[in-house]
Design a protein around this ligand. Structure first.
Ligand code: CTP
Length: 403
C-alpha cells in the first residue's frame, strides 16, 4: 500500500509517455498522492490535462510560470516528495542527471531532491546500447539512483529488443519496495504457496481451492522488507512476485522434495501451501475410461512436510497455517503443538472475506505460549505484514533467524 505516500512523477518525451497515465492511476489507486512534472517533449506525446485529471493535482510543466505562491516549484516539489519516479526516462534526461545539468523543471527538481529516485528507462534499443548512455546509467547507479532496467519486447519503432518501459505493475512494486523499511534485510525465507495437484491419470487430478494469494502476498511482503525469498509454489494463476528463487511444483511429493532440498538454507519457513493430504494410490498412464455406476479411488497419504520440518528445525522459525470450518482455535492449537510450529495462522473458511480465493483474509495468529491475536478483515498483503511483524518479535525474543 502506498497510502499517504507522496510521489513526484517525472514524465519525459518518449512514446511510452502514454503509459504514465496508467502508472498515475495505479499509484492513486494504491493510495499515493501524485504530483506530475512533464518535460516539454513529454507534452508532445500526452497532454498535461490527462495527467491532471488522473493525478487530481496541478501538472507542472514550466519552470518560469509566475504563481500566486512565493515558493519555487522545484524546491517545493523536491521537499514534497517521499520518492521521485521518472517514467519513461529517456536517454536525454539520464544524460542530464548524470552530467549535473539542470535546465528545466524536472532536471532541477531531481538535482534538488534528496529522496529515493527511481528511473524507469524506455528508449530505442540502439540508443540504449549506446556506450555513452550505458556509461550514464552506471554513473546514476553509482550516485544511488535506482535504475529499473527496461523490458525486452516489441518497441514502438517496430523492432524487437531492450528498451521497453517496464510493466506498470512492476514499476508500482518497485516503488512500494523503495518506500518499505528493510527490517528483514538479508534474512532467508522459504515460503510455500498454492494448492498441490495429485494426478490419477493424464487428464484428472485431485486438488483444492487454494489460489496461492496468501503465500504470494507473504513472499512479496518479505521481499519488499529486504528478505531473500525462495518461493515453492503449486499451480496458480498468479504472477509471481520478484523473489530470489521461484520453484514451481505440482504434487505434494514434489513440494516435499523441493522443501527438503532448500529449507536448511532458510532461517524462516512459512508453509502457506494447501498440501493435499492424500494422493491416488495408482496413476494410470492412459485416460481412465468410464465403466460401471460407481468408481472407487484408492488414496494414500502424502508426507506431512511441515511436521517433518518441525522435527528438524533447529533454531529456524516455522510458521504454519490452519484453515478450518469448525473449532478454529482448538484445531489450530493442536496443529501448532503437534507439528512443532512457532506460530500458526488460523482462519475460518466460513467467514466472508477469509480463506482461499478472496483478496482479503481474517486471521488469528497464535504462538507457542498460547498468545492469541485475532485481526479484523484486511487485504492479504496487510495480513502478510502482520504475520511478518509477529515473526520479527519472535526473532527478537528467541534470537532465531539469521542472515
Ligand atoms: N501441511 C504440510 N504437509 C501436508 C499437509 C499440511 O506441510 N501434507 C501444512 C500446511 O502447509 C499448513 C499446515 O500443515 O501449514 C496445516 O495444514 P492443514 O491442511 O490445515 O492441516 P492437516 O494437518 O492436513 O489437518 P486437516 O487437513 O485434518 O485439517
Amino acid at each position: 500500500m502506498l497510502k499517504g505516500k507522496k510521489i513526484v512523477l517525472g514524465i519525459t518525451g518518449g512514446i511510452a509517455a502514454y503509459k504514465s497515465a496508467e502508472l498515475t492511476r495505479a499509484l492513486i489507486k494504491e493510495g499515493a498522492q501524485v504530483k506530475v512534472i512533464m518535460t516539454k517533449s513529454a507534452a508532445e506525446f500526452i497532454t498535461p490535462l490527462t495527467l491532471q485529471t488522473l493525478s487530481q493535482n496541478l501538472v507542472y510543466t514550466d519552470m518560469f510560470v509566475p504563481t500566486e505562491k512565493y515558493d519555487m516549484a522545484h524546491i517545493a516539489l523536491a521537499d514534497f516528495a517521499d520518492a521521485f519516479v521518472i517514467a519513461p526516462a529517456t536517454g536525454n534526461i539520464i544524460g542530464k542527471i548524470a552530467s549535473g545539468i539542470a535546465d528545466d523543471l524536472l532536471s532541477t527538481t531531481i538535482m534538488a531532491g534528496t529522496k529515493p529516485t527511481l528511473i524507469c528507462l524506455a528508449m530505442n534499443d540502439k540508443m540504449l546500447a549506446n556506450p555513452i548512455v550505458q556509461e550514464n546509467i552506471k554513473r546514476l547507479k553509482k550516485y544511488g539512483y535506482i535504475v529499473m532496467e527496461s523490458g525486452v519486447g516489441e518497441l514502438a519503432c517496430k523492432t524487437q529488443g531492450a528498451g521497453r518501459l517496464p510493466e506498470v505493475s512492476e514499476i508500482v512494486e518497485e516503488i512500494e519496495s523503495l518506500l518499505t523499511p528493510k527490517d528483514f534485510a538479508g534474512q532467508k525465507f522459504l515460503i510455500t504457496a498454492g494448492p498441490t495437484q495429485e494426478p490419477m491419470d493424464p487428464v484428472r487430478f485431485i486438488t483444492n481451492l487454494s489460489s496461492g494469494k496468501m503465500g504470494y502476498a507473504l513472499a512479496k511482503a518479505a521481499q519488499r522488507r529486504g528478505a531473500c525469498v525462495t518461493l515453492i509454489s503449486g499451480p496458480t494463476n498468479l504472477v509471481a512476485p520478484p523473489v530470489e528463487k521461484l520453484i514451481p511444483v505440482r504434487t505434494a511429493r514434489q513440494m516435499h522434495k523441493a522443501v527438503m532440498e532448500n529449507y536448511k538454507k532458510a532461517a524462516i519457513i512459512i508453509k502457506a501451501a494447501a498440501v493435499a493430504d492424500y494422493r491416488p494410490k495408482e496413476f494410470s498412464k492412459d485416460k481412465l475410461k468410464k465403466a460401471g455406476k460407481t468408481l472407487s479411488l484408492n488414496l494414500e497419504k502424502n508426507p506431512d512436510i511441515i511436521e517433518e520440518i518441525g522435527k528438524n528445525k533447529g533454531s529456524r522459525i516455522v510458521v504454519g497455517f490452519a484453515m478450518e470450518t469448525q473449532n478454529l482455535l482448538a484445531n489450530a492449537r493442536k496443529k501448532l503443538s503437534k507439528k512443532k510450529m512457532d506460530l500458526i495462522v488460523a482462519n475460518d473458511l466460513r467467514q466472508e472475506g477469509a480463506g482461499f480465493q478472496a483478496d482479503t483474509n481474517i486471521i488469528t495468529i497464535i504462538d507457542r505460549k498460547g498468545k492469541t491475536e485475532s485481526l479484523g478483515k484486511m487485504t492479504k498483503i496487510e495480513a502478510a505484514d502482520e504475520i511478518l511483524n509477529h515473526i520479527k518479535s519472535l526473532i527478537k525474543k528467541k534470537g532465531g533467524g539469521r542472515s
